[in-house]
Write a protein that binds this ligand. Structure first.
Ligand code: GLU
Length: 435
């Protein structure tokens, strides 16, 4: 095994620098179940209905024995969980990480059911993953693993069944291998995965879409908070696909990126970090920890950065009871999935911090996945402007609907988003006669 790049990974960056940014003990499963229960109680869902919605429809676990370069056979576990398919084919990313387990994938699959319903794209929710230290594998080892995974889950995948996409430590290349392997078994089927390279039927704008969606949410929230881009200082936790795109697009908008952290360290510069330059530095093989155009700070100092917007774009549970107090931002824009534990959410909300929840803030990725799938099914390609404009229309509408619900019910954006998402899934399931 050797180092491998993760710079174009779809998902969050697995930041783990210092105690202040270590994930809480609470798992993604605990966090997601908590939010579900809050909304389910408010919606007064009958016990059996809540049970149906809390549990997955199908859970596939496969064994992946792979001979690595060290000559040894390593046995990895792969998962694909389909949570709820009432609104359409299952949809959700595939993550490669040593913390992946069935409970985490279950939780993330259920988030996809609510997320797709909140933004109104016609999908159910799914998630997959492999428990693997992806950064330590060489590219050809990752290819072997990915092809083997697709070989073993192909029967539950397909353009009208379940459509994977990138997530943490997976990217367009991973999707190319998955599409190719699926094609060997079923014939050329580009719509079987999204987040593919442009050359293989990927959509313009897909790679940036999650970060762009985060920025659309900022643009909706800013006037409510009296913020304009020139007065907005931003701290970004995690500089993988989501964090690096969110930072670059915020910067183009006129905001100042004052702090960035990733798994190697944290940097700060009051006058602004040039996130384009930082991205180039990382693409050229540099690390954030050796970037010399900003000051290097501790994980605690990073969290305590004076800023208006804090974007967690790393792993789940990074903002927890022991560090939430450090955050000084007015807005937390959740680029990652479940980055904030319920206790941290309470601490921040009590201080009047606006939290724009994951199921809304990071939904841009699945929205453009939907566009990619539609383009593949039509054998037609849209230009980037069309993709971005349509993404903007959907994100603005979703933000306004969630915000209106929050005001009407006097609840947080998160509770409002879960309520809306769950209601829409229940409506589809009821109309079909499932529940
Ligand atoms: N992995 C992304 C998410 O968590 C995108 C999923 C998709 O495009 O299907 O939303």
């Amino acid at each position: 095994m050797a180092g491998t790049e993760e710079k174009t990974q779809e998902g969050a960056d697995s930041t783990k620098t210092g105690a202040a940014t270590k994930p809480a003990e609470l798992s993604n499963y605990d966090i997601v179940n908590h939010w579900f229960q809050v909304a389910a109680d408010r919606l007064d869902l009958a016990g059996d209905l809540a049970t149906v919605l809390r549990t997955s429809y199908r859970e596939v676990q496969v064994q992946l024995p792979i001979k690595l370069t060290d000559g040894q056979i390593h046995v990895f576990s792969g998962f694909r969980v389909q949570h709820n398919g009432a609104r359409g084919p299952y949809k959700g990313g595939i993550r490669y990480h040593p913390e992946v387990d069935l409970d985490e994938v279950r939780a993330l699959a259920s988030l996809m059911s609510w997320k797709t319903a909140i933004v109104g794209v016609p999908y159910g929710g799914a998630k997959g993953g492999i428990n693997v230290p992806a950064r330590e594998l060489e590219t050809h080892e990752l290819e072997k693993l990915t092809r083997s995974f697709m070989d073993k889950i192909d029967r539950v995948i397909g353009p009208t069944r379940d459509i994977p996409a990138p997530d943490v430590n997976t990217n367009a290349q991973t999707m190319a291998w998955m599409m190719d392997e699926y094609g060997k078994l079923h014939g050329h089927t580009p719509a079987c995965v999204t987040g593919k390279p442009i050359a293989l039927g990927g959509s313009y704008g897909r790679e940036a879409a999650t970060g762009r969606g985060v920025v659309y949410c900022y643009r909706e929230a800013a006037p409510q908070l009296g913020l304009t881009p020139p007065e907005t200082r931003v701290a970004v936790q995690g500089f993988g696909n989501v964090g690096s795109w969110a930072a670059r697009i915020m910067q183009h908008l006129g905001c100042t990126i004052v702090a960035v952290s990733d798994h190697t360290g944290s940097i700060h510069r009051e006058q602004g970090i040039d996130s384009e330059d930082l991205k180039r530095h990382l693409d050229e093989g540099g690390e954030l920890s050796d970037y010399d155009k900003a000051d290097h700070i501790s994980a605690e100092e990073f969290l305590g950065t004076d800023c208006e917007v804090f974007i967690p774009a790393a792993l789940g549970g990074m903002i927890h009871a022991d560090n939430a107090d450090l955050i000084k931002a007015k807005v937390v824009l959740e680029g990652a999935n479940s980055p904030t534990t319920p206790q941290a959410d309470q601490i921040l909300s009590d201080r009047g911090v606006l939290i724009i929840p994951d199921v809304l803030a990071n939904a841009g990725g699945v929205v453009v996945s939907y566009f990619e799938w539609v383009q593949n099914l039509q054998h037609f390609r849209w230009d980037e402007r069309e993709v971005n404009d349509k993404l903007g229309t959907i994100m603005r509408r979703a933000y306004r609907e969630v915000n209106a619900r929050a005001r009407q019910d006097e609840v947080s954006l998160r509770t409002a988003a879960f309520e809306l998402g769950i209601e829409r899934v229940v409506e589809a399931a009821r109309t079909r006669g499932y529940v």
